[in-house]
Unconditional design. Structure first.
Length: 122
């Protein structure tokens, strides 16, 4: 039996838990970064489960995959912000990166399970 709600999706659950951690991490940034890097980082992060949510309700496979691909793009944008925060000395991002990788693997698997033949690069 399939998921009845986006909240039933493991990929959404893991992405949501990751976003909560990103928020906690960004909240510790220096004050001058809260509306700069902190804001960009959290926006990119919450875009991941938000696009999984939106894609869940789309009826066509192509529509679903488009939103899941947008989520993948937001995940990569988040990767850069975590690298930048680490390199600026705002704290270790190892745990967040590990969780990002897991969300990426789950998202990829979910997309493949839709039965798509994704072109190289997805």
């Amino acid at each position: 039996m399939g998921a009845k709600s986006f909240e039933d999706l493991i990929v959404w659950q893991e992405a949501h838990a990751w976003v909560l951690e990103v928020y906690r991490y960004a909240a510790k940034f220096p004050k001058h970064e809260l509306f700069a890097l902190g804001s960009q980082m959290t926006r990119a992060a919450f875009s991941v489960p938000a696009n999984v949510t939106e894609g869940f309700k789309k009826r066509g496979k192509a529509d679903k995959l488009r939103f899941y691909n947008i989520a993948q793009g937001s995940l990569e944008e988040s990767r850069y912000y975590l690298i930048l925060a680490r390199d600026l000395g705002y704290g270790s991002t190892n745990g967040l990166m590990d969780a990002l990788e897991e969300v990426g693997r789950l998202l990829e698997a979910y997309m493949r399970r839709l039965g798509s033949s994704l072109p190289t690069g997805y």
